[in-house]
Unconditional design. Structure first.
Length: 463
């Protein structure tokens, strides 16, 4: 077999392949055998029809077509290996010549990973938010904890904001009660915003036994997204009472003996959270600068596929679970279809470039993924998917997605390398040292940052 490669542009090549006819022998034998099992010829047992009879009855062309279809992937893979290219997606194959007994020639056009020059990232500088935890932040945190330990006592008065009311709800659309439009004994805290729009105004001022009707857009159920006439009847009103902020509350709500100790712990937790947010912000901004420094062409077909994947995932998975259509989502976001399309394309371009650039850095720096790092990543992905680690691991293995997880961790390690080399300062002008984080935590955080950019779709290399 002879092959040659022609670069059409930085992300696409054409392979020209010539195959001597004798190299088709195995595929021709397999074609005759397959046709033998599929057809019946009077006078011959099934599977024992001579090749010359098959040629006479069904045509030599049918046999050649079957043989060529069987052999093409093998010859294509050999040509790819010989040319040392990294194909993306499936090739467009065109058979240019097929001479029975002499020669098979074909061309294969395919997108390839572009050759990328890793830019010097040692001079990257970014600014991030300073870590500041105020007394107001502490008070808000403690108040939220206090809310969780609130008690309720029945009252005989009109309901006000903050009260917990028990209500019966009936929803109608076009005058008809919905099959799933009745709910009795629902507990609701006025002002929480956890039920329907308009319910706060409807129940405020009502005593037990009071009733009101309001119009609201349904957020879920059989008529999600439709305007409904909702009748709400208050069956009970209860006032919420918050515990006193003292040492006794601290002992009840935490493992601490005093309120001061509880507040000190709240400060520490908030500082840790803000430190994590600061590190994430640094990673995101360093990645932006790194991408700006590099020249990275994007294959058109790959970009088209990535855009379609992102739109499909949003419309059929994320929005589907929320009971929203794409049209309603865009309305809520205040975006036009054109703005959505442009934004999705921009995100897809950034995701592809990020994968290409970080994968190249992984190769250049010879970054390897340790078993502990992969396990840590698997545990985190399992938690975010709502599956147990064992279930998630089994699904990953069965779906052949282990290389994908390895790639995610490797890209996280690559980004961590760039962040470590960058200069990070906060808004107070102080240099931020991110090296205090444990290596595994830093890599995992970087992997999460990369995932957020690249999205769910993986740039697949296929042969």
């Amino acid at each position: 077999m002879k092959s040659a490669v022609e670069t059409l542009n930085p992300t696409r090549v054409r392979l020209t392949v010539e195959v001597p006819f004798e190299e088709l022998k195995d595929s021709l034998d397999a074609a005759y055998k397959k046709i033998n099992q599929q057809v019946t010829v009077k006078g011959f047992r099934k599977g024992k029809i001579p090749a010359r009879v098959i040629d006479q009855r069904f045509g030599r062309g049918a046999v050649l077509e079957e043989a060529v279809n069987d052999a093409l992937p093998k010859f294509y893979n050999e040509a790819v290996t010989e040319a040392e290219v990294n194909p993306l997606g499936q090739p467009e194959v065109d058979i240019t010549e097929l001479k029975d007994g002499e020669l098979l020639s074909f061309t294969a056009e395919v997108d390839v990973r572009p050759t990328i020059e890793i830019p010097d990232y040692s001079g990257i500088e970014v600014e991030v938010d300073a870590i500041e935890v105020t007394d107001e932040d502490i008070e808000k945190s403690v108040e939220q904890l206090r809310e969780r330990f609130a008690s309720t006592n029945p009252v005989e008065r009109a309901a006000v904001e903050g009260d917990v009311v028990t209500v019966d709800l009936t929803a109608k659309v076009d005058g008809e009660v919905l099959p799933d439009g009745i709910a009795d004994g629902v507990s609701y805290t006025i002002g929480s915003g956890e039920l329907l729009d308009g319910i706060d105004a409807a129940v405020t001022g009502l005593e037990a036994g009071g009733e009101a009707t309001f119009t609201s857009e349904l957020k879920g159920g059989s008529a999600a997204g439709k305007e409904a006439e909702v009748t709400v009847k208050v069956t009970a009103v209860a006032a919420r009472e918050l515990p006193e902020l003292d040492d006794e509350f601290a002992q009840m709500a935490s493992e601490f003996d005093t309120l001061d100790e509880l507040k000190a712990d709240s400060r520490k937790r908030l500082e840790n959270m803000k430190q994590f947010d600061q590190a994430t912000q640094a990673q995101e901004r360093v990645l932006e600068k790194f991408l700006e420094l590099a020249e990275i062409p994007v294959p058109e077909k790959l970009l088209e596929d990535e855009v379609n994947t992102r739109k499909h995932n949003l419309e059929h998975h994320q929005l589907g679970q929320m009971g929203l259509s794409l049209e309603k989502y865009l309305e809520l976001q205040g975006k036009t279809v054109e703005e959505f399309e442009a934004e999705t394309k921009e995100q897809a371009v950034k995701g592809i470039k990020t994968q290409f650039l970080l994968d190249e850095l992984v190769s250049k720096e010879e970054l390897n993924v340790e078993q502990e790092e992969l396990t840590e990543h698997l545990f985190r992905r399992a938690a975010s998917s709502g599956m147990s680690p064992d279930q998630f691991a089994q699904a990953v293995v069965q779906g052949g997605q282990v290389p994908m997880l390895v790639g995610e961790v490797a890209r996280g390690k690559a980004l961590a390398v760039v962040v470590e080399a960058a200069k990070v300062v906060d808004t107070n002008g102080e240099v931020v040292d991110l090296s205090d984080d444990e290596d595994e935590d830093e890599v995992e955080a970087a992997a999460e940052t990369v995932e957020a950019v690249t999205g769910e779709a993986e740039v697949a290399e296929e042969k």
